[in-house]
Design a protein around this ligand. Structure first.
Ligand code: KIV
Ligand code: NA
Length: 265
């Protein structure tokens, strides 16, 4: 297997081949996702919610992202591993943004970084790119700005925000980003954005007119039960499956059924 590169992703868009991306935060999950044939593994800062139980993505640190990313990189052979720069590690100061991105690349072995935002962070994006580090953009619902938005509802329904989003997408392409994520925006707008740029647009809650899709793995497996936005297709109900397995184990222990004669030395 040849490894997927940022170049091959742009080729895939050109050839009309859709790009499949999923999250992973640890070696075992990444190995399964990898062997299934995923194109991109995202080490998302959603680890803050999914792994650590925080209410938002804001608390996760650069050190914690590097730990997750290094575990995922050890499982990847063909997939491109993209790592989120966490809140506070790139906004406001392009020098510290570059330092953060360099730490991710050096200490985790990841292949690219993802940053949330458009024109506000253009200096940071440019500076990271000048170091030869590929950057994936992220527009629309940007969870690190949740306290500015106030809610996790659909973004860019109003003309003004939609215009800014379209300009930001063009800007990200101009700066040299190799792809961008569009989160929770109207399908019509997302399609328009995907057609306006030559870099792949990966959607989550952005409809079918984009160049690829991403889901949070724990959500699509049905491990997270409280979360059911419209865009989330559940491929398993692992919460229920796992609960059944745990209940059986507990009952086997209590009833002395486990271990049996063949399960001991
Ligand atoms: O952190 C994450 O999982 C993400 C995806 C939802 C795109 O950024
Ligand atoms: Na993220």
């Amino acid at each position: 297997y040849k490894r997927i590169t940022t170049k091959s992703l742009v080729e895939m868009k050109k050839n009309g081949e859709k790009i499949a991306m999923l999250t992973a935060y640890d070696f075992t999950m990444a190995k399964i996702v990898e062997n299934a044939g995923i194109d991109i593994i995202l080490v998302g800062d959603s680890a803050s919610n999914v792994m650590a139980g925080h209410e938002t993505t804001l608390p996760i640190t650069l050190d914690q992202m590097i730990y997750h990313a290094s575990s995922v990189v050890r499982a990847s052979e063909r997939s491109l591993v993209v790592v989120d720069l966490p809140f506070g590690s790139y906004q406001g100061n392009s020098r510290s943004a570059l330092d953060s991105a360099i730490r991710i690349m050096k200490e985790s072995g990841g292949h690219a970084v993802k940053l949330e935002g458009g024109s506000e962070i253009k200096e940071s994006i440019s500076r990271i790119l000048t170091a030869g580090i590929p950057v994936m953009g992220h527009l629309g619902l940007t969870p690190q700005s949740i306290y500015k938005f106030g809610t996790y509802t659909v973004r860019a329904k109003e003309e003004e925000e939609a215009e800014k989003l379209k300009e930001d997408a063009l800007l990200l392409e101009d700066l040299g980003c190799f792809a961008l994520v569009l989160e929770k925006v109207p399908a019509k707008l997302a399609k328009e954005v995907a057609q306006s740029v030559s870099i792949p647009v990966i959607g989550i809650g952005a409809g079918n007119g984009v160049d690829g899709q991403v889901l949070v793995t724990h959500d699509m497996l049905g491990m997270t039960h409280e979360f059911h936005p419209r865009f989330l297709r559940r491929y398993l109900d692992l919460y229920v499956e796992m609960t059944g397995a745990f209940e059986n184990y507990i009952s086997d222990v209590k009833s002395r059924d486990f271990p049996n004669d063949n399960e001991q030395y």
